[in-house]
Design a protein around this ligand. Sequence first.
Ligand code: SF4
Length: 439
Amino acid sequence: MPTAIEIFKHLPKKNCGECRYPTCLAFAMQLANGKAKLDDCPHLSEEGRSALASSSAPPIRSVKVGVGKGAVEMGGETELYRHDKRFFHPTAFALRVTDEGSEEKVDGRLAYARSLRFERVGQEMGLDLLELECRSGDSGRFIGLVRKVADGTDLPLVLRCHDPAVMAAAVAEVRERRPLLHGADAVNLEQMAEVAKTAGCPLVLCADDLGRLADMVGMARKKGVEDLVLDPMPADPKETLERCTIIRRSAIRRTFRGLGYPIYLSIPEGRRGMVMAATAVMKYGSLLVFEELPAAQALPLMVLRQNIYTDPQVPIQVRPDLYPVNGPGPDSPLLFTTNFSLTFFTVMSDLEKSKVPVWLQVVDTEGLSVLTAYSAGKLTPESVNAALQASGAKERSRAGVLIIPGMVARMSVKLNEATGLRIVVGPKESSGLPRFLRS
Ligand code: SF4
């Protein structure tokens, strides 16, 4: 992504404000931060537009697998380090299903894939894709597996088969679902590229040598396949770290654009696989396909992914609303907290622990915690009162009492004036709530 100054050189410099920003420089800064679009400036010349469009394309190509709402997007990344801006598309997780097992085994695998779901800080986490592998060498078995799984799940699919004729027959079954095809190697590249081009599907290129991988990118593009994914075939965590880092760095630093594509990794069973997967989540893996993924390994990996791919500039938030806790009635007291999800879930868990029925009003503070929001002027007596009114909290809780976080005890008088409720100062730490409420 070019800098604001580089963008500014191509702008009309009229400072007319029609892009919603007062000056062309302000617009350039927003564009550099990804908060504005080129089309917002109606005066941009064709020359400037094409110069900016090509230089602002992400250095890692964005590739979509699947269609509609459940489609998985990979790549499109612009940064080497998350703190420079953010990472955009979380590492996708897929489970492998082979055509070697019985029908019951496939059914069991599909049921397990559906059940592998967790909720953390209000976000749902689970598998993103299924990979179907032709391991038997029997095209009839493989196509049967593709049909069965396509009927049994809406998840996007990866088809893994190195025989171009079998791949062509299998992809014909699910072409409209835009599966990812794995994979083209040095031997079958031409035919696989033909299959991918005919089906309009993205293609994985496989080679354990990055130079060869780059050559294959050039050949696949010459055949007309642009949506590519790279499988650098690492054998252990060290190779995973090395190869993924070289691919990402050469693309982001623009030292070699030929490797600017999402990265596919096949994760073996066991401890080595777990370390490879954790390394790949932290270091640029776009799609991890697991031979096995027990729930005890899936959860920490998904939490790690959630942490790495959270936008560091936008705190995770929950919906501002009135939440009943422990079955409250009209006589139950009212408390409030902010919509920063870590604060919310900590407070919620402590309230549940107390077993005391209460109403919890969550105030919109743009995801800031209590003290930060108060210091930034985003948690005020007026904003608390507005939240209580919007949710009808005073009608639901007729106790006439508002328990406030001890950190903002100084708001008491003004809160009493704004809400008309008796203010009770609660504990400073959420962990003190069970004892406080029970007493
Ligand atoms: Fe500059 Fe275009 Fe914005 Fe006008 S609309 S201020 S010319 S960037």
